[in-house]
Design a protein around this ligand. Sequence first.
Ligand code: SAM
Ligand code: SF4
Length: 467
Amino acid sequence: MGDILVCVSKTFYIETFGCQMNAHDSEKVIGTLEQQGYARVQDEDAAGLILYNTCSIRDKAEQKVFHRLNEYKKLQGEGKKFAVLGCVAQQEGQKIFEKAPYVSMVAGSASYRNLPEMLRRLEAGEERITGLDDRQTELTFETEFTARSNPHRGYITIIEGCDKFCAYCVVPYTRGKERSRTAASVLVEARKMVDLGFTEIQFLGQNVNSYRDPSGRMSFAELLVAVGELPGIRRVRFTTSHPRDFTRDIVQAIDDTPTLCDHIHLPVQSGSTAVLQAMAREYTREWYLERMNWIKAAKRDISITSDMIVGFPGETDADFEETITLVGEVKYDAVFAFKFSPRPNTPAVTMADSIPDEVKTERLRILMDRQREIQRKHYGRHLGEVQEVMVESYNPSRNQVVGRSTQNKTVNFSTAQIVQARPPIGSYLPVRITQTLPNCLVGEAIEDAEALPVASVQRASDFVVLN
Ligand code: SAM
Ligand code: SF4
């Protein structure tokens, strides 16, 4: 009987909110829990332990989490335990126990390396376990038990935390100080992934290019190349980069290393130097545009994407117009645009000249309309190209395979193979682009080339052909 009870209570359900960093943190948390003898289940009702890995970057994230916790409050009577992880946990801290007394564990991401110990305390019946005091740590969360959800494409965190303190952002307060892993440990993890069959690796960090190898062995660009040169690796991506630490050797590395993907996400946030200054981004519009010119001067067609915030306190119509002219000048392949959202503890919360919500909404609409127009035209450059596409899924309603190009664009394509056998998920196929839409490309697999062994299918940039 005792054994059965232990077994039931050692099941967990996890729900993840927010960005890729959180998604990957959850993969590490899941791996750690499984290694500690827990089994993952797919709904709250079947779980002994319910975890919410939260995000507080925008909106009223904390309210969403409390709402979610409230919904499942009734389950506490069934002996279930609750844990709140991530940015809301770090931001709200002990207050979570007051608002939701049935929560037993509250831990920010800088404490995850202590999870096995926290889990043991939870099992021993402790009721208020916290992991909140680690924001000044020099240590990173490295585990060999990451439960990656995709067997072909996986993340590696190379740098944690952030020291930039942009005026609007909670990350430095919730994820702690900036700390990099050693290049050696990143390479060990990458090699293990290759041995397991992964062909695409994505470096993750709030600012990956602020990476500083603690052993001093490699720069960020050198680490990219070293992973890109591992036999078996076909694609290396990285996100997010910060303009302040963006160096020319990154562009050179992409030009020189075929496996490094043709994509750089370099968030600008605003096109106005005055707003950038108020945001404490520490670069100007011209400085950013110079980096754009480096990227555009590359031999390869490197896709550029960005994040932008509209309605930052004090943003005038003229400032906003500078954002609009900047998107026209850069011609991004995608822009992730957000209305400024005041976040607790950040300097921007107390700034004067706040912008009314309807003005933010209108600016967001204008920006997205302009960007859609740009993408509609700019994606046209791919018409007739042959692109290497990694197969991700199959859309039965359209009878199309869905994949991703080196530029991280979605490519929907048809292939004669679908009739016989669908191309396997994770395989790479050359696809001729026959139609371009504002958010994706449409094409047809090149049937002759499909007979080639995977290793001999070249990357798109090696065999681009124009009609
Ligand atoms: N480290 C990256 C950088 O500096 O560009 C960004 C990381 S942040 C998790 C992702 C994006 O969320 C930011 O680029 C920014 O556009 C947006 N963001 C962050 N704080 C925000 C806020 N308070 N209101 C609106 N958008 C915000
Ligand atoms: Fe936030 Fe700025 Fe750090 Fe990016 S660089 S995570 S926006 S503080």
